[in-house]
Write a protein that binds this ligand. Structure first.
Ligand SMILES: *Cc1c(COP(=O)(O)O)cnc(C)c1O
Length: 386
């Protein structure tokens, strides 16, 4: 069985479960993202919610990316990690007053506005401070991302964004607002998108929207196409870096970019997903009537994606080379959804073996909870573990 390379000996001294990040892979991934962005003069704001580990954020900030935030806490985390405020954008359907004020006080680059009531409040709050907020409208392009229902965001009947039919009303109100400055439009159609045709569709929708707006005399200084590029959860050892080249090429080929217009992206999972693994220990192997259960010390409190999105994570027994057997791999949480996988092939599992759950760098640690009064998982890094 092919497995990732892990420093198994040092791991044996650490309390499990914990997150382990391959810093080399993260740096390589960032290098490719940077060179692809550079090819076309594009900009990228890393989506903090995918992984907000301070060490990871610092590395991403050092690589010159901006930050895409969806809460005041994320704005603080981005600033603490060294992202310049001028490279921070702020999206979200429910921005609280304190969060808007935090963005205003720090002069963030852009508020991605998701509704008319939010636009009004933003204008009022900016007026109260005698400031002008730079804004974009998050538009719902009605593109089906063909991804899990819980992570699709670009369809018309969705809590996110503004439907194109509503735009004239917003531009009407905008013309009377003195404390917001409109600069562009923003999209984010969903996450874990592996079929690039969804992005092709997005480009075509954008071109139509741009034509409509230009006919009304509205100029877009910037376009933000959001994130959503998926990773290969099935082959983390072979396809450890997503196909950024073809992803950005889609936009370059299809978007009718105007002179001086900036193109932005907000990648999250595709940057951090493959560099993280959740390392857990097998506590018990329980023989059922037909099945064998490998019971781990990690559960959905550390990695919720299987329970929440039916997500697949490749699992590897990194301390055994014995013959492969088949297990249902489960966690210790008192909920029947606490299952990492059914009929999983693993090298024979014995008590205290270390089991790696791969591709857990995105939406893993950030979604951890303390349910059942469990402590939050620690994290370790490949360049600091020995
Ligand atoms: C979550 C999110 C992203 C990042 O999505 P990924 O699938 O992780 O690339 C980008 N933009 C917005 C507005 C988001 O909410």
């Amino acid at each position: 069985m092919i497995k990732g390379t892990f420093p198994v000996e040092p791991f044996k001294d650490l309390d499990t479960p914990f997150y382990y990040y391959d810093i080399d892979l993260l740096q390589k991934t960032l290098q490719i993202v940077r060179s692809e962005l550079c090819k076309y003069g594009y900009h990228c704001h890393y989506a903090i919610k995918a992984n907000a580990n301070p060490r990871i954020l610092k590395i991403i900030a050092e690589n010159g990316l901006g930050a895409d935030c969806v809460s005041g806490g994320e704005i603080k985390a981005a600033l603490d990690a060294g992202f310049p405020a001028g490279k921070i954008v702020f999206a979200g359907v429910g921005k609280a007053d304190w969060e808007i004020n935090l963005g205003l006080d720090n002069h963030i680059a852009c508020f991605n506005v998701e509704s008319l009531p939010e636009l009004r409040i933003l204008n009022d709050l900016a007026a109260a401070k005698g400031k002008t907020a730079t804004i974009a409208f998050r538009v719902n392009p009605n593109v089906d991302a063909h991804t899990h229902v819980k992570i699709t965001t670009g369809l018309t009947e969705n809590k996110f964004g503004i439907n194109t039919g509503m735009l004239p009303l917003l531009f009407d109100e905008l013309s009377n607002m003195k404390n917001v400055r409109f600069t562009g439009i923003h999209f984010h159609i969903g996450s874990q998108i592996t079929d690039l045709s969804a992005f092709q569709h997005l480009c075509i929708c954008f071109n139509e929207i741009q034509d409509d707006l230009e006919a009304k005399g509205i100029v877009l200084q910037h376009i933000n196409f959001g994130g959503g590029l998926g990773i290969d959860y099935y082959h983390p050892n072979h396809i450890s870096i997503p196909d950024f080249e073809n992803y950005f090429a889609v936009f370059h080929k299809l978007v009718r970019q105007r002179d001086g217009q900036q193109v932005h992206f907000e990648l999250g999972r595709s940057i951090v997903g493959q560099c993280g693994a959740l390392i857990s220990k097998a506590l018990y192997v329980k023989e059922g009537e037909v099945k064998k259960f490998a019971i781990l010390d990690a559960g959905f409190t550390e990695l919720i994606r299987p329970a929440m999105y039916d997500a697949y994570h490749r699992m590897e027994n990194i301390t055994s080379d014995e013959d492969v057997e088949v297990y249902d791999v489960v966690g210790p949480i008192c909920e029947s959804s606490d299952i990492f996988g059914k009929d999983v092939e693993l090298n024979k599992v014995r008590r205290n073996d270390l089991i790696a759950l791969r591709s857990a760098g995105g939406y893993g640690e950030t979604m951890a909870s303390q349910y059942n009064c469990r402590p939050l998982p620690k994290s370790y890094f490949s360049d600091a573990i020995v």
